[in-house]
Design a protein around this ligand. Structure first.
Ligand code: FES
Length: 137
C-alpha cells in the first residue's frame, strides 16, 4: 500500500488557545508523533488560527494530503475536501488514539467528529420531536 501523507492542525485562537489550552494538545501531538508508529505514513503538525468551531474546541484537523492538491489551497482552506476530518473537544490524552487510528490505520474517529453538538441543536431536535408528536394527534 502506498504511503499516505497527513497534515494535523491544532487551533490556537483565543477561545481554544487561551481558555482551553490548545497548546497542551499541540504538545501532546508533538510528543506522540515522535514515538507512535505511523504505519509507514507521514504526518506533519501545525497550528491553525481558528476553525470557527470554538464552542466545540479544542479542535484538531487531520487531513490526508492527496497527490496533485495545491499546497496553497490546502493551507488556505485546510478543512475543505473529502479527506479532511475535524475532531472536537480533543484533550491531550487523545492525541495518541487519533494518530494510531486515523494516521496509522486510516480510520477516522467518527465519535470525535460528532461530539460536542451545541445544546441548542439538541433543543431544536426535542422541539421538532414534540412538534411531530403534536401533529399526529
Ligand atoms: S479557536 Fe479553536 S475553533 Fe476557534
Amino acid at each position: 500500500m502506498a504511503m499516505k501523507k497527513y497534515k494535523i492542525m491544532v487551533c490556537r485562537g483565543p477561545e481554544c488557545g487561551d481558555k482551553r489550552h490548545s497548546a497542551d494538545v499541540h504538545a501532546a501531538f508533538e510528543r506522540e508523533l515522535k514515538s507512535c508508529p505511523l504505519g509507514g505514513n507521514e504526518a506533519t503538525l501545525d497550528r491553525y488560527s481558528c476553525f470557527g468551531k470554538c464552542t466545540r474546541g479544542v479542535n484538531v484537523l487531520v487531513r490526508e494530503i492527496v497527490a496533485g492538491e495545491s499546497p496553497i489551497m490546502v493551507s488556505m482552506m485546510p478543512n475543505s475536501g473529502k479527506t479532511a476530518f475535524l475532531y472536537h473537544l480533543v484533550s491531550p490524552t487523545e492525541a495518541r488514539k487519533i494518530i494510531e487510528e486515523h494516521v496509522a490505520g486510516g480510520r477516522p474517529l467518527v465519535e470525535f467528529i460528532k461530539r460536542g453538538v451545541p445544546p441548542r441543536h439538541e433543543n431544536e431536535e426535542a422541539q421538532l420531536a414534540a412538534q411531530a408528536s403534536g401533529a399526529k394527534k
